[in-house]
Design a protein around this ligand. Structure first.
Ligand SMILES: C[S@@+](CC[C@H](N)C(=O)[O-])C[C@H]1O[C@@H](n2cnc3c(N)ncnc32)[C@H](O)[C@@H]1O
Length: 225
């Protein structure tokens, strides 16, 4: 069945948030980075502005700028309504209130949209669906990132996660996944089982982050070869 854009809620973060979530220091920021499920985040745009090297992969990059823009406008009101209803589940520190949240997210997504067509031509936004094989050789990227995608969508299942992360670890020297909770900010068996699987052949590290937006989502998973 063809993938439909109305099954996705596009909601994008910015470079500063990526830097804090993934604990990217200046050395990391100068490396070759892959962003999996980057969606409408403006990490790629902002990194390119500062001569960084980021390639973003996502299912939504099969759609046009106009289609993604329309979908962002469609979900904006619903997402903000949900945030208003659940605002006690969030830590209002880096982002101080709902108004600031909407401004930060919309500004990130506008910057993404302004860069999308150029970035597609330059091969920085690549339509790709995990866990399919990526057209890159072993260790092509230094770091692979997944923000608010892997480990969160538990309905995708254990096999999807193992296959996706195995493929990411084929083309990346290390991968970093944030956060380590599901959509309701709960720890899950899936996360424990995925960690046990990779601990057999890789170095696995769990790092507490200063960044915490949804209460409890302050842990970063790093898997290295
Ligand atoms: C909640 S968004 C996160 C966007 C961005 N990483 C951020 O933190 O701002 C999750 C993204 O994962 C993408 N996605 C979902 N399933 C995918 C798959 N199998 N392969 C690639 N991307 C996928 C969605 O299209 C969406 O853009």
């Amino acid at each position: 069945m063809a993938f439909k854009l109305d099954s996705v809620v596009p909601w994008g973060r910015n470079m500063e948030e990526y830097r804090l979530m993934f604990q990217l220091d200046d050395r990391d920021m100068s490396k070759k980075i892959a962003g999996f499920g980057d969606g409408p985040a403006c990490f790629n745009y902002e990194m390119t502005e500062r001569n960084g090297d980021v390639t973003s992969f996502d299912l939504i990059y099969q759609f046009s700028k106009e289609e993604i823009e329309k979908r962002i406008e469609e979900v904006r009101i619903t997402v903000m309504q949900q945030m208003r209803e659940n605002k006690d589940h969030y830590v209002w520190k880096h982002i101080r209130n709902l108004e600031e949240l909407e401004n930060i997210r919309m500004s990130a997504m506008r910057r993404f949209l302004s860069d999308y067509e150029k970035g597609k031509k330059e091969g920085r936004y690549v339509f790709h669906e995990l866990p399919h094989r990526l057209p890159y050789e072993v260790d092509y990227f230094d770091i692979g990132l997944s923000s608010h995608f892997l480990l969160m969508y538990t309905s995708l299942g254990y096999d999807f996660h193992i296959a996706s992360m195995t493929e990411m670890l084929r083309v990346c020297k290390e991968i970093r996944i944030f956060p380590m909770v599901d959509l309701d900010a709960n720890k899950t068996d899936l996360i424990g089982n995925v960690i046990s699987y990779f601990q057999k052949d890789y170095t696995v590290e769990i790092v507490k982050t200063e960044y915490e937006f949804q209460k409890g989502d302050n842990k970063l998973l790093i898997i290295r070869k």
